[in-house]
Unconditional design. Structure first.
Length: 102
């Protein structure tokens, strides 16, 4: 595994949410708040800046929605590179926790 830099909390939660399936920006924002117990709130400016940057990195891609009522919303899906970035970050965080427990 190549060394990667830590990712921001916002990026982490966006990737985590998308690891559970394709979603639109507002859905990711809601899921982030729920998963973090309300500790992390991603605003719309952060959301769309982050998704734009992550699309450039090849971590996420825009997909068409099949769900009724969401045809006009931008839907995002995790790529293999995005899944690897998330796995690397989770491994890094686990190592940090192991250091505390030693």
């Amino acid at each position: 595994m190549k060394k990667t830099e830590p990712i921001s909390e916002s990026y982490y939660y966006i990737l985590l949410c998308l690891s559970k399936g394709a979603n639109h920006g507002y859905g990711i924002m809601q899921m982030t708040e729920r998963l973090s117990g309300g500790d992390v709130r991603i605003g719309s400016g952060t959301m769309y800046g982050a998704t734009s940057n992550m699309m450039k990195k090849g971590w996420i891609t825009e997909v068409m929605s099949n769900e009724p009522g969401t045809e006009r919303k931008r839907m995002y899906s995790l790529t293999d590179d995005g899944r690897e970035a998330l796995r690397s970050e989770i491994a890094r965080l686990r190592r940090m926790l192991e250091n505390v427990e030693e």
